[in-house]
Design a protein around this ligand. Sequence first.
Ligand code: ADP
Length: 246
Amino acid sequence: MEQEYKIITSDGLEYGPIGASTLKQWYLEQRLRTTDKVFRYSDNRCGHLRDFFDVDSWEHVDIIQPFLDGRVLILVGDITKQRVDAIVNAANYTLRGGGGVDGAIHEAGGPEILAACEELRRTQYPEGLPTGEAVMTPGGRLPARYVIHTVGPIKGVHGARDAELLADCYRHSLTLAVRQGLRSVAFPAISTGIYGYPRDEAAAVASQAIADFLTRDPSLQEVRLVFFTQRDATTFLQYQVFPRTG
Ligand code: ADP
């Protein structure tokens, strides 16, 4: 039977008895911190979350479901932690950083990424990166070697072209990766945060675009779709349109 725990958060909120799998999910949803207090009922042991669990191994590598013979993996996690050849950034046209994933990637990857973005602005995109396009920079201090920056559509701004532009983000990012000879790429759910693309619609568009690309291109071995919360991943799984293979 699963061990049961009581948890007292730094805000003084108390939960329990709850099992380890719920604790893990709450941690991944950032409802808990490693320093939150934990009590284990079975042996009356007290400590912090990190004393009981190897929280680093929880770091967002929960593979939920594979598609296309394992070439597409759906995970709950943090995109900045992914050990892949390239992670994709849901950037904005300025390429100068922002909130959400963009902020997290620049923060984790350090100044080398921003410097490379500035160079791209100066040399190739003085007006900024158009929606649906993608560019590549080094990954700085990230575990990923490269960052592919793409600008998702702000829902409602491009009318009927929203879906096409969102599909372009995936297509163009994958095309860049293949051109660079990369084998593994991780995407966040582009446009589904600040840019307001409904998660159900984005799931269908993203999965269709990725499936079309991978069925034509044999070189990419792994495309990870990384969702920040279990709930987001579940919505994706409900609305994705990957073909059922073997
Ligand atoms: P956009 O402006 O394209 O909507 P956001 O950064 O606001 O981009 O959000 C895109 C998606 O990325 C959202 O679904 C958000 O929950 C998710 N997200 C935010 N931070 C991370 C992260 N560190 N790892 C994975 N996904 C993230």
